[in-house]
Design a protein around this ligand. Structure first.
Ligand code: SF4
Length: 230
């Protein structure tokens, strides 16, 4: 559902194209971004949950070396899985990955389901992970709400950002309105990259170089102090 934002449709279209152009130049190349294999993307999103991206690269690569396909993961015994995943430091995700592989193999005929409701029945698959898999594997027009995307949205629209904003219908609707439905994968990658490279959480954002600065309501230097809670 779309909501009315304080910018025009024409401005939104310009904002999308500016973000997409910026995203092409600043694309952060991670192994799971160079594929549209839904199994690889699902594994990446599960492993990335609450984990630093840089730490995950070797873990992800080693994991896929051991289990390049869903059938390999599903056919691994639990003991084997415990041994290989424990050495990768994935202690709490062992049971979850084992159970997920069994469900996919037996209930979904060894395929990653494309529809959101089916994805949400898998253990450990949150709204965010289901949306990310659909968007990055199939280019489905999904919005991704996490601390990064709501930080940009809040700053852009001049809205206060709280911990609960990730679950806020208002933020979801705003992102639905801003989303480029013709290029959802590129739009979401660009938004995530902007949050990590320019619209920073712990340091002042680099607004001077930001592709969204002309539409952004975040107070500039010399204007009122930052009242946004992060
Ligand atoms: S102008 Fe600054 S605050 Fe606004 S989106 Fe860009 S980096 Fe973030």
């Amino acid at each position: 559902m779309a909501i009315s934002l304080a910018i025009t449709l024409q401005q939104i279209e310009l904002l999308r194209s500016s973000l997409l152009e910026w995203g092409k130049i600043h694309f952060r190349s991670f192994p799971w971004r160079l594929t549209d294999n839904p199994y690889h993307i699902l594994i990446a999103e599960i492993l990335l949950h609450r984990t630093q991206v840089r730490q995950m690269i070797p873990v992800y690569e080693n994991f896929l070396r051991c289990y390049p396909e869903l059938s390999a993961l599903a056919n691994a015994g639990k003991e084997e899985l415990q041994n290989s995943l424990y050495s990768l430091g994935l202690h709490w995700r062992i049971d979850l990955l084992h159970e997920t592989a069994q469900i996919l193999q037996h209930r979904f005929a060894g395929k990653i389901p494309r529809d959101k409701q089916s994805l949400l029945t898998l253990p450990g698959v949150s709204q965010y992970i289901a949306a990310a898999v659909r968007c990055f594997a199939w280019n489905e027009p999904e919005v991704l709400l996490d601390t990064n995307t709501v930080r940009i949205t809040g700053r852009l629209l001049g809205w206060e950002v709280k911990d609960s904003s990730r679950r806020s219908a208002r933020f979801r609707q705003a992102l639905e309105t801003l989303l480029d439905r013709e290029h959802p994968r590129d739009f979401n990658y660009a938004l995530l990259d902007l949050a990590h490279l320019f619209c920073l959480k712990r340091q002042p954002p680099l607004c001077g170089e930001c592709p969204l600065k002309i539409w952004c309501n975040y107070p500039r230097e010399g204007e009122k102090p930052d009242e946004h809670s992060q």
